[in-house]
Design a protein around this ligand. Structure first.
Ligand code: DAO
Ligand code: DAO
Ligand code: DAO
Length: 203
């Protein structure tokens, strides 16, 4: 099996395979500008997908295209986003002073804007049902591992250090979270490129 991949700036290490065969597609860094002047490294992330499923579900449709064509195909991206393929975004916390309150407000800003973009009016309740999972008593010190997984049936499952904190069935929420990492304005452009190339090369 292939070795883990280390995010060079933070030293956070991502195994090449997690759960039942979810493979690492790419890694990146989530930064945030605070007080309009300082950039902090908030977390490193790795995006994983069940590549056998990618092949099974999208192989017939795209298998004949060459990797470079596939990589830039809007339709392919759309199909990945909309599909029921099992995926995980793993976050490893870098910033040691992260409070649950700031997680909640960052989330409302980043994911909230996507929910509005894709979902429209009834997205407020959905956002609340997700952020209400973030209990004030949770601790996420540096090195904590948060997994956001898309499970069959568009269920978004959240775990902190392997412990489940909640599951929500919502295609819109899965899609909105995905969009943070591989959408039009991703947190880390290079990571998005890497993820897309890797996905295209699977087929
Ligand atoms: O101390 O309030 C502060 C600044 C920290 C900004 C935190 C950004 C949070 C980003 C989301 C983290 C999700 C795990
Ligand atoms: O980086 O802006 C962002 C949003 C990333 C998603 C963060 C989800 C965090 C969920 C777990 C928090 C538990 C306290
Ligand atoms: O742009 O080619 C593409 C698709 C990339 C897919 C990235 C998958 C991330 C899945 C995370 C789901 C979390 C709910």
């Amino acid at each position: 099996t292939s070795p883990a991949v280390v995010e060079s700036k933070t030293g956070m290490s991502f195994p090449s395979v997690i759960f039942e065969g979810r493979r690492l597609l790419g890694i990146g860094l989530r930064k945030k500008c605070v007080f309009g002047l300082k950039n902090i490294d908030v977390y490193a992330f790795g995006v994983y997908a069940d590549c056998d499923q990618v092949k099974k579900i999208l192989g017939d449709k795209y298998g004949k295209l060459i990797t470079s064509e596939l990589k830039d195909s809007k339709e392919f991206k759309e199909d990945i986003m909309e599909s029921d393929i099992c995926m995980t975004v793993r976050l490893q916390i870098v910033y040691s002073k992260l409070s649950i309150r700031s997680v909640r407000s960052a989330f409302e800003e980043s994911v909230g804007s996507r929910l509005k973009k894709f979902g429209g009016s009834d997205s407020k309740d959905l956002l609340h049902s997700f952020t209400s999972q973030f209990k004030d008593e949770y601790k996420i010190p540096r090195g904590s591992v948060i997994d956001l997984s898309r499970e069959p049936g568009h269920v978004l499952r959240t775990t902190i250090d392997g412990k489940e904190v909640g599951s929500i069935q919502s295609k819109l929420l899965c899609r909105s979270i995905l969009d943070l990492y591989i959408g039009e304005e991703p947190f880390d452009r290079q990571a998005k490129e890497e993820i897309q190339s890797k996905l295209a090369s699977v087929l």
